[in-house]
Design a protein around this ligand. Structure first.
Ligand code: GLV
Ligand code: MN
Ligand code: MN
Length: 462
């Protein structure tokens, strides 16, 4: 377990050079509880980054339901156990650590995020929320702060949709949105089903329904996360409070033309699946830029080309498409319009096509009373914030369907994410932890006074 500050890590030294605030004690003032420890945060981030690091030493490939993801869960679970929390792993691989509250009859306040990464991704997406949760527990233990509600740190499994197309698998299982048949249906690029992946890490796919949360056991959930965009950095703000999280519709588009000899086949006699795919990619970009889709994000992130040989006309191309919007109708309409454009291009070129929705997550509006608790925490910390949407998806948008949830953003350097260059300073993360800390204590007091405010999914947009 990383020790308390003093011996600042390399990251923390770098932070020292970038910012004038000392690496530890970001906001601690005389008489106040000690603040989040940036040096320990940097050490925890470095320890987790060593798991699943690419051999090149540049990126991280710790994809969902891999041994590397399990190893990261075990490492952090061990830290939390040392801090006195009880730990369990649920049927989908979420890790849940509990610190008892003064009143065992009360539902829990949860906080956390995920430890899986996209292939060749960075060190901060999801990790910051987990490391932040551990650091918060450190502070609670050090200050002997006791809450009335039990506190639960949750490390969700398989948040990134990069492996199976479906994002937030751990939180969807917790929210009851994962059926047993989905487990055999979802397959990664190697053809491994989610059920097989679960068995590979020692979990029983038949038990996945056991991961479902009882909403009555939870009062609220908070997630600290990097922004993954540029707004906070550009505006010089340390904190963002998320009001709406984009939804995503993921499509698999399969184009089947005719493979043939690249020299022998005249240009007029081809059914080139890759030329059709190229048209679809360009049409997709143009479509998403049309005025009625302002704010939408459409990405063709993967093309699988068969046989992928320089001297053979591509006979088949499979495209992976990600459509996002904070408006659920526009999100799904854009996906439908892309399918229409694909049909037109395919018919013109004599190529067959099939389009399948492989995942669909609704946008979420986060409850205002949680956002207000976070904004009061920012005020108490003397930190400026802005309210903002999230283009990226998060476990909290799924959890919000059964437990009121909030998301706290800290800045991303140059807005970069899902790439090895992803970066947030430990100082900025420590500020976020302090806001998380005060928000948890404020919710603990608020909920103790007014009872469980966990009304049915006030925030779900669709
Ligand atoms: C998660 O980072 C996502 O892809 O939105
Ligand atoms: Mn994330
Ligand atoms: Mn991500």
């Amino acid at each position: 377990m990383p020790k308390a500050s003093g011996a600042a890590s390399t990251d923390a030294h770098q932070d020292d050079q970038q910012e004038s605030t000392p690496a530890s004690a970001v906001t601690a003032a005389a008489g106040e509880p000690a603040a989040a420890d940036a040096a320990r945060i940097a050490e925890m981030l470095a320890a987790i980054a060593a798991i699943g690091a690419d051999p090149s030493g540049v990126g991280i490939s710790r994809v969902g339901f891999s041994q590397a993801e399990r190893e990261a869960h075990r490492l952090v679970g061990g830290w939390l156990r040392e801090l006195g929390l009880s730990i369990r792993q649920d049927a989908i691989g979420n890790t849940i650590a509990e610190r008892k509250g003064l009143d065992p009859s009360l539902p829990a306040i949860g906080f956390g995020s995920h430890l899986d990464s996209v292939p060749h991704g960075g060190r901060f997406d999801g990790i910051v929320g987990v490391v932040g949760a551990v650091e918060l527990v450190h502070q609670l233990v050090a200050n002997e702060e006791q809450t009335r509600h039990p506190l639960r740190v949750v490390i969700f499994a398989g948040e990134e949709g990069a492996r199976f197309g479906e994002p937030c698998i751990g939180s969807k299982a917790a929210a009851g949105h994962l059926a047993n048949r989905d487990l055999g249906h979802m397959r990664d690029a190697q053809g491994v089903s989610l059920a097989e992946a679960l068995e590979g890490i020692g979990l029983n796919p038949a038990r996945v329904r056991d991961a479902r949360w009882r909403p009555a056991d939870w009062a609220a959930f908070l997630e600290l996360h990097i922004e993954q965009a540029r707004a906070l950095e550009e505006q010089g703000l340390p904190i963002g409070i998320v009001d709406i999280v984009s939804g995503s519709t993921r499509l698999k588009i399969d184009l089947a033309g005719r493979a043939d000899h690249s020299g022998g086949t005249p240009m007029s006699m081809r059914s080139d699946a890759l030329a059709t795919a190229a048209e679809v990619v360009v049409a997709a970009e143009a479509l998403a830029k049309e005025p009625q889709h302002r704010g939408a994000r459409l990405t063709v992130g993967r093309l699988d080309v068969f046989p992928n040989s320089i001297t053979t006309i591509p006979g088949r191309v499979v495209l992976a498409v990600d459509v996002r919007d904070i408006d659920s109708d526009r999100q799904r309409m854009l996906a439908a319009q892309l399918v229409q454009r694909t049909r037109a291009a395919a018919e013109r070129r004599g190529v067959r096509f099939e389009a399948e929705v492989i995942a669909d997550t609704s946008p979420a509006v986060m409850p205002i009373w949680i956002r207000e608790a976070v904004s009061r925490a920012c005020d108490a910390e003397g930190l400026e914030f802005r309210v903002m949407t999230s283009g990226a998806g998060h476990d909290s948008q799924v959890i919000n369907q059964i437990v009121p949830a909030g998301i706290i953003f800290v800045p991303s350097k140059d807005g970069l994410s899902h790439v090895p260059e992803e970066w947030t300073s430990a100082i900025d993360i420590a500020r976020g932890v302090n806001v998380l800390h005060r928000s948890v204590l404020s919710l603990d007091a608020l909920l103790a006074e007014f009872g469980n405010l966990a009304e049915p999914a006030a925030g779900s947009a669709s």
